[in-house]
Write a protein that binds this ligand. Structure first.
Ligand SMILES: [Zn+2]
Length: 238
């Protein structure tokens, strides 16, 4: 397995690209991963749970997942990284990907059988991009996750809470309320520069998204996304 070589390297690589904007994010991600690690290690042998990590793009969610894989991989508990097969260029198949430039292998799932296998073969399951789980699989995934918890398994779900229209993705919303621990990451607002962005601003040909647009639109030459704070985030009404 290709691993993050050390925490230092992640920070250094980022420093070269976007130090001023995002340089603090790997440290925050590491801090959240450490807290999750403590929760799991302190649990009773038969005690499982669901832990939710939400945040906008570029807030370090995937880095939290990578840190967790590195912490647990090869040790007593069996851990796996997974994500829904999303058929989007920004969600590559078979790996978790961080904008910092690091990636680790991950199981992409698109059937109930594949979901079942993930939960039956592991003690800890990290699922990234949870919001892209196809609607037809969401209730099944929830059921498997709850049964896994009852068997003493831990699921860490990483993903966006808010759609680009400012509403909550249903699966993220349900898991946020059900989780035994919730971590809310923030990013740097691309308008004002404050480190309190919780939304993803969709810009279509440079203009803020309209509330009549679909919830999901993959990035393209016309559609881009950027983290924004509550004050700078805009959705144009009808
Ligand atoms: Zn702002």
């Amino acid at each position: 397995m290709k691993k993050i070589k050390s925490n230092e390297i992640v920070t250094n690589k980022l420093v070269k690209t976007d130090a001023k904007l995002y340089g603090y994010i790997p440290d925050k991600a590491r801090d959240v991963a450490n807290k999750i690690c403590t929760i799991i290690n302190a649990s009773e042998a038969d005690e499982g749970g669901i832990i939710s990590v939400v945040g906008p793009q570029s807030s370090g969610k995937s880095l939290v997942g990578m840190e967790l894989i590195e912490k647990f991989d090869g040790k007593e508990l069996k851990i796996v990284a997974a994500q829904p097969k999303a058929d989007r260029s920004d969600v590559p198949e078979g790996k978790l990907f961080s904008r910092v430039g690091y990636e680790i292998p991950a199981v992409s799932f698109q059937t109930k059988k594949e979901i079942e296998k993930i939960f039956h073969c592991n003690d800890i399951v990290v699922i990234d991009e949870i919001q892209f789980t196809p609607t037809s699989l969401q209730s099944y995934l929830l059921k498997e996750m709850r049964m896994f918890k009852d068997r003493g398994g831990w699921t860490i779900v990483l993903g966006l809470l808010y759609t680009s229209l400012g509403t909550e993705f249903l699966i993220s919303s349900v898991l946020k309320d059900e989780a035994s621990a919730l971590f809310q990451l923030k990013s740097t607002c691309q308008m004002c520069g404050r480190r309190n962005a919780i939304y993803n601003q969709r810009l279509v040909k440079g203009k803020p998204a309209a509330n009549t647009a679909p919830d999901l639109m993959p990035p393209s030459s016309d559609v881009i996304y950027e983290p924004r704070c509550q004050d700078c985030y805009v959705v144009v009404g009808e």
